[in-house]
Ligand binder design. Structure first.
Ligand code: AMP
Ligand code: FE
Ligand code: FE
Ligand code: ZN
Length: 290
């Protein structure tokens, strides 16, 4: 058997990706992906459509990327941290309540960011931005970025982030994310496994000290995303070493967002052993087979 091609971090229109969940699965299949995880921000709304579109021989890992905040391991303020939860029970009350709270935060915050830009004369309005969102989807800065592209203000989503929407920009509005240790406990209580997404993605802003992984491992973290498009070779080496020392599962994933980012699906992949180790520790939801 050839080695399975495993991509454990992708987004659909249920959050800030541009492929509908069924299109995401079709695209993964066409790209030779055998095992796909759907990990939209703060929602499981894409799970059922993705499951229904599964092709024979493919496996679907149902997950989500949780918006969290946590200590940096230095004296500076807490930083935004993303936590991938896999194979948790989507009906676990704490998950349902916290994801709803996060999505509400996201809507209010995107409203305020859009209004701030409109007040400064940018040709964007709340109606146009929210028209890009299917019912129940998680609102995110990429939706505002696409409205700015459509209005001709910038040429790409990436340029919108670089010039106008970056964390700390005059138009940036923060949201109240989940304390990362709370999120790990919640995912574990719902039978899932938690993986720290792109911990050293430095181009997005401040990142944690790698030593923070020691505390998170003690708090129940199962894995860490090592191979990610936003990680350079030195950081990957450091994270791989730390993962081995701490007994954390090392994963690799594309963080595919359709045309909102330039990274192709399966640009980075996870090994079969790592996948097995994650699945073996999860009890909240089944791995689906097409
Ligand atoms: P939000 O979740 O609303 O805070 O927006 C953050 C999301 O924007 C991330 O999940 C990424 O998908 C996306 N993002 C961040 N930086 C960039 C960038 N430079 N280009 C395109 N998308 C980005
Ligand atoms: Fe995203
Ligand atoms: Fe992320
Ligand atoms: Zn992501």
């Amino acid at each position: 058997m050839p080695r399975a091609r495993i991509d454990l971090h992708t987004h659909s229109t249920a959050s800030d990706g541009t492929d509908r969940p069924a299109e995401l699965v079709a695209h993964a299949a066409a790209s030779g992906v055998d095992v796909l995880a759907i990990t939209d921000h703060d929602t499981t709304a894409g799970w059922d459509e993705a499951a229904a579109a599964l092709r024979p021989g493919m496996r679907l890992i149902r997950g989500a990327e949780f918006s969290c905040a946590g200590p940096t391991g230095r004296a500076d303020p807490d930083v935004s941290v993303h936590l991938l939860g896999y194979l948790f029970d989507p009906e676990h009350p704490a998950i349902v309540a916290e994801q709803l709270r996060l999505r509400t935060e996201r809507v209010q915050r995107l409203h305020r960011m859009t209004e701030k830009m409109a007040a400064d004369g940018y040709p964007v309005d709340v109606e146009t931005v929210f028209a890009l969102l299917p019912d129940g989807a998680s609102a995110g800065r990429p939706h505002l970025a696409r409205a700015l592209v459509a209005a001709g203000v910038v040429e790409s989503v990436n340029e919108a982030f670089a010039k106008l929407l970056y964390t700390g920009s005059p138009y940036y509005v923060p949201k109240a994310d989940t304390p990362v240790d709370t999120a790990i406990a919640m995912v574990r209580a719902a039978g899932g496994v938690a993986v720290f997404a792109h911990p050293l993605a430095r181009r997005r802003g401040r990142v944690v000290e790698p030593s923070v992984l020691v505390d998170l491992a003690a708090a129940g973290l199962t894995g860490v995303e090592v191979d990610h498009p936003d990680h350079g070779p030195e950081d990957r080496k450091l994270l791989r070493g730390l993962a081995a020392d701490l007994g954390l599962v090392a994963t690799g994933s594309s963080d595919y967002h359709g045309t909102n980012k330039t990274t192709p699906i399966a640009a980075e992949t996870t090994g079969e052993d790592a996948l097995e180790a994650l699945v073996a520790r999860a009890t909240g939801a089944e791995v689906l087979t097409g």
